[in-house]
Design a protein around this ligand. Structure first.
Ligand code: PLP
Length: 389
């Protein structure tokens, strides 16, 4: 059975063009880019090209691009760098709906002598900006707000927040892991100081990330050792993955329009038809400011895990909450922060599309989902004869 893959916020297929670009660097072209000989130096030149491609995708300068091992490392590096560069400041502001890469670090720091403010969101997942601004203080070392939420796709007003935060002389970081490649980003015109992205969310392999660090931002390396990445991230470069990342960045620029037209239209059709055909279903998150590829739909009074199992029997891959939270029976912290009722949070399914999805796949899902939901509701103690019991 062919998989119908609608879980692209968890990870994406590596683009064939990316695989092709990477292959020589596993075999014939295995030189170390730091070597003095041309055999290594030629690989170094390819890394420079990859850095330029990533910089183009972000509207940034190549020197501002730092390759890391993943989005999580980029996030951690940004926060720790700001804290180390401002040792007198002991306060961090972030949000209640961040990915665990930021959330867990925030909780860890809160248990280790820092004051951490987690900004709340409303029922549609929109940030309480007044709360954020009121909490800015002379003691604040960094503010970190994700660009787009991985579970609901809600896009936050990052540029507006960055301008306000920077006017107070405070460093601003954004986790843009879900935003890059899906919506245009131009760091040259931006007030954002640091930005994280992850290769495997935009058709590059797993195990490669990027941290953008604006020129002039105070920085302290997380990994110390060799002089790689301009002394800002030690460790011999993951050459093939960096080259793959560079190719993926080129492809992302080319496919951005497709993402915002065809992919968005498929997402909208899927959502509209499911809401029409399935009673007691609703969208989680801000329907206006949203990534073009994501929809989180709550099918009330049933369990997300049961829905996923029945979908899996048809080869349909999606997610209940984020991949990281679906290992536990607790509803996701994002939906809880939004105040989504338990009966809806438990039955929430995230569909996240990519440019590789087709109209036929959408029609297939529209056809298969209503009977799945109906069957589970027949077994639900909360649902009797088409209504809530
Ligand atoms: C918003 C967000 N931030 C960070 C990460 C972590 O990225 P990585 O898996 O590359 O560590 C993810 C992955 O799901 C994410 O969605």
């Amino acid at each position: 059975m062919k998989a119908i893959y609608m879980d692209n916020n968890a990870t994406t297929r590596v683009a064939p063009e990316v695989v092709e670009a990477m292959m020589p660097y596993f075999s014939d072209l295995y030189g170390n880019p730091s070597s003095m000989h041309a055999f290594g130096g030629n690989v170094g030149a390819k890394l420079t090209e990859a850095r330029e491609n990533v910089a183009s995708l972000l509207g940034a300068q190549p020197e501002e691009i730092l390759f890391t091992s993943c989005g999580t490392e980029s996030d951690s590096t940004a926060i720790q760098a700001a804290l180390q560069s401002n040792p007198d400041k002991r306060h961090i502001i972030t949000t209640r709906v961040e990915h665990p890469a930021i959330k867990s670090l925030g909780e860890h720091l809160a248990n280790n002598g820092y004051r951490v403010t987690f900004v709340p969101v409303d029922r549609q997942g929109r940030l309480d900006l007044d709360y954020l601004y009121k909490n800015l203080s002379d003691d604040t070392a960094i503010v970190s707000v994700m660009w787009a939420n991985n579970e609901t796709g809600t896009i936050f007003p990052v540029e507006e927040i960055a301008r306000e935060v920077r006017s107070r002389g405070i460093v601003f970081h954004t986790d843009a892991v879900q935003a890059v490649g899906k919506i245009p980003i131009k760091m040259a015109d931006s007030a954002v100081d640091m930005l994280s992205l992850s290769g495997h969310k935009l058709h590059a392999p797993k195990g490669i990330g990027v941290l953008y660090v604006r020129k002039g931002t105070k920085f302290a390396p997380f990994l110390m050792g060799g002089h790689q990445e301009g002394g800002r991230r030690a460790g011999t470069e993951n050459t093939s993955s960096i080259i793959g990342m560079g190719r993926a960045a080129q492809l992302a620029l080319d496919s951005m329009e497709d993402e915002n037209t065809r992919v968005k239209a498929m997402r909208d059709k899927l959502e509209t038809e499911l809401l029409k055909r399935v009673p007691a279903s609703m969208i989680n998150g801000d329907p206006e400011n949203r990534l073009p590829n994501t929809t989180s739909i709550a099918f009330e009074y049933i369990e997300g895990e049961a829905i996923l199992l029945l979908m899996d029997q048809h080869g349909i891959c999606a997610s209940s909450g984020s991949a990281c939270t679906s290992g536990s029976l607790e509803p996701s912290h994002v939906l809880r922060a939004m105040g989504v009722p338990f009966t809806a949070a438990h039955g929430s399914i995230r569909f996240s599309l990519s440019i590789y999805n087709t109209e036929e796949e959408i029609d297939f899902i529209i056809d298969k989902m209503p009977p799945i939901i109906e069957r589970l509701r027949q077994m639900s103690p909360f649902w009797k004869d088409g209504q809530i019991s």
